[in-house]
Structure formats: C-alpha cells, structure tokens
Write a protein that binds this ligand. Structure first.
Ligand code: NCD
Ligand code: ZN
Length: 350
C-alpha cells in the first residue's frame, strides 16, 4: 500500500546556517519546508546584540526569499558578558531576537566566546524570565575529568539543575538531547522543553565508531548509547509533547571533516524530515510525525503557527545527492541519504 500523509509543515528549532558562501548554499534547504527555524549565533564574531541579530536575520531572508518567501527565521543571541540587558529587551520586543543561547566555553564549534558558568548569568536570566525570553542550553560538562558520554547528564546535574530550581519562571530548552538522562530532566521539570536531532534518533556511538571511525557522524553532544537512542525514539513515537524537532544541522566542509582534528557537526538540513519520516514509518508511528516536527515547537512558545502544509509520499528508492557544493573547492557531505531515497516532500498550496 502506498504511504501518503500530510503534516503542518516542519519547523527547525535549532539550526546552524553559517554565513557567506556556506549560508547561501545551505539555508535554502532549511527554508524549503520550514515556516521558521531557530538559527544559532555561533559565528565569528558571535551574534550577541540586537543590531547583529537584525542584520543576520535580514541576510538569511535575502538568501531564502526565492525558495520560500514565507520562511521567517528566528535568531538566538549568544550569552556572553557582551550581551546587554537593554539591548536584549529592545531586540526581543522588535522581534529580531527570539531567544538566548548558552554554550559552555569550549564545548563545541565556535563556543570559546562563552564565558563563565551559567550560574554567573543569574541576574540576566532572572530578567529574561520576567520578559519571557527563552534560554536555550548546550548541555555538556566541560570538566576534563568527566567521560565524554556522561557530559550531558553531568551538566544537567551540576549546572542546569540549580538554575532550573532558582528560576522556576524561566523557559528553558535543553538542546539536542542525546541521552535518556536528558529526556528525564526535560520530563521532570515544568517550563522545560527539549529538542531532538534526526541523527541522535537514528544513529548511535556504534555507528560512529564500531565499523571504522565515521567523521561525518561526529558531532556535539557525541552520539551516545543504543539505549539512549532508543529512549529518545520511543519518546518521539509516543508523541511526547515536551520534545520538538531541532536538526542541529551544522555544516562543515569535507576538508574540515577529514582533518587531523575533525570538526564537530552533522549536516542534515537537506533530508532531516525524510530521516524522521522513515524512522517513524519503520516504527509504525507516522501519526506522531506532525506533533514532533510541527506542533510541539510552537506550543512550547505558546504560539500558533501559520498555515503551511506538506505532503509526504513514500516510494521505491530514488537517487539523492550525497554532497552539497558550496563553491568550486568546497563541498559538504549530507546526512540521511539512504532513508531520503524513499520519500518525496512537496508543499500543498493553501
Ligand atoms: C555545532 C557547529 O558546528 O556549529 N556542532 C555540533 O557538533 N553540533 C555546534 C553545536 O551546536 O554544538
Ligand atoms: Zn547546534
């Protein structure tokens, strides 16, 4: 029997679209099926002011207009000592700043501008709670003594829990959940939401390491155990409303992914929806797709999404491109080509 379903678009609550030629090459993939996307600020220099957020938002719109004029990106600004409360307040009121992102210093790509512990920002976080700005958190302990596979759980216990308890009115998103412990944290605290990536739902550390190291699967937080992956996939299949789709699509050139020290990040924007559709199809849980990729994210922000419907059709395997070219010397490897071979997505005219 043919599988054909429609869903209310798909929105990406965590994406890296970079800048320059990379932005022009990758952002259209996100804009194609999304009404909105929460764009991360870890550029050099970081997006950490109203002015830089507004300029970045306009630049993204200018490169995505032709593929989807309805695409309306949201910008998260970088939490650092440079971020000023009055500027944040004004940028948020103007709609140019949508959220604030915290990176533990040094945890991942371009995260060395973050400074100090999350605790050290308590006064600003308190103001954010009162004006309704959500805090997005990269949850990874940077304590060198902590095992890499325990870093998410340790950050939650050692750093986020105290802030969660101190500021019960602050909306918090635990980004790119990679463990059952992270899922438990989200489920057991009010005003706490989680995003889940396609690759943490589909791949685990055996895929990364067991049959030869796969640099294109290396990302932060690192793919974790099969048991952790299963817990995340079960939550999505059960329709858990506290989690939504955030691809963490993070393109790096093929050269950077094959360097002596491999850059962290999986580029999944072209086939992110297809990966999740195929996983849920295999699990017999396609009825959970619309909640996960479309409804839950907007509900977390208490917003109603604009109408924008997609149709997905499953079919026999077709050819799909394995790389995206940025310029004549640079290309990026795409995640999820195999599952994407079964799906065709199209927009349903309103
Ligand atoms: C991201 C990147 O490359 O910007 N990398 C990653 O592995 N996810 C940064 C991040 O979100 O951690
Ligand atoms: Zn990210």
């Amino acid at each position: 029997v043919e599988v054909r379903l429609s869903i209310p678009a798909v929105d990406d609550w965590h994406v890296h679209v970079r800048d320059g030629a990379m932005l022009r090459a990758v952002a259209p993939f996100t804009a194609r099926w999304c009404r909105t996307a929460m764009v991360m600020p870890n550029l050099r220099p970081p997006i950490d002011s109203w002015q830089s957020a507004r300029a970045y938002r306009e630049e993204i719109i200018s490169v995505t207009q032709s593929v989807n004029p309805d695409f309306s990106p949201r910008i998260a600004v970088y939490l650092s000592p440079a971020l000023e409360l009055e500027d944040l307040r004004a940028g948020f009121a103007a709609g140019d700043i949508a959220a604030v992102k915290f990176y533990p210093a040094g945890a991942t790509t371009n995260s060395d501008q973050g400074m100090g512990s999350l605790q050290s920002y308590l006064p600003l976080l308190e103001e954010m709670a009162s004006i309704g700005v959500r805090l997005l958190v990269h949850c990874e302990s940077t304590d060198p003594e902590v095992d890499i596979f325990d870093r998410e759980a340790r950050f939650l216990d050692d750093e986020l829990l105290a802030v969660r308890q101190e500021l019960p009115d602050l909306d918090i998103t635990v980004e790119h959940l990679s463990t059952a412990a992270g899922l438990d944290f989200v489920r057991s605290h009010p005003r706490t939401h989680g995003t889940v990536t396609p690759h943490h739902l589909r791949s685990d550390r055996n895929d990364l390491l067991a049959s030869g190291m796969q640099p294109d699967l290396f990302c932060k937080p690192v793919l974790n155990s099969a048991r952790d992956r299963r817990a995340l996939l079960d939550a999505v299949c059960e329709g858990e409303p506290r989690v939504s789709f955030g691809t963490d699509s993070a393109p790096h050139s093929m050269a950077a992914k094959r360097a002596e020290t491999i850059a962290a990040g999986v580029f999944n924007a072209p086939f992110a929806l297809e990966v999740v559709a195929e996983l849920l199809h295999q699990e017999g849980a396609l009825d959970a797709l619309g909640g996960f990729v479309a409804r839950n994210g907007w509900a977390a922000y208490g917003m109603d999404p604009p109408p924008f419907d997609l149709e997905l059709v499953r079919h026999d395997r077709a050819e799909r491109p394995r790389t995206v070219d940025v310029d004549e010397h640079t290309s990026v490897v795409v995640y999820g080509v195999e599952p994407a071979r079964h799906w065709t997505v199209s927009r349903i005219p309103q």
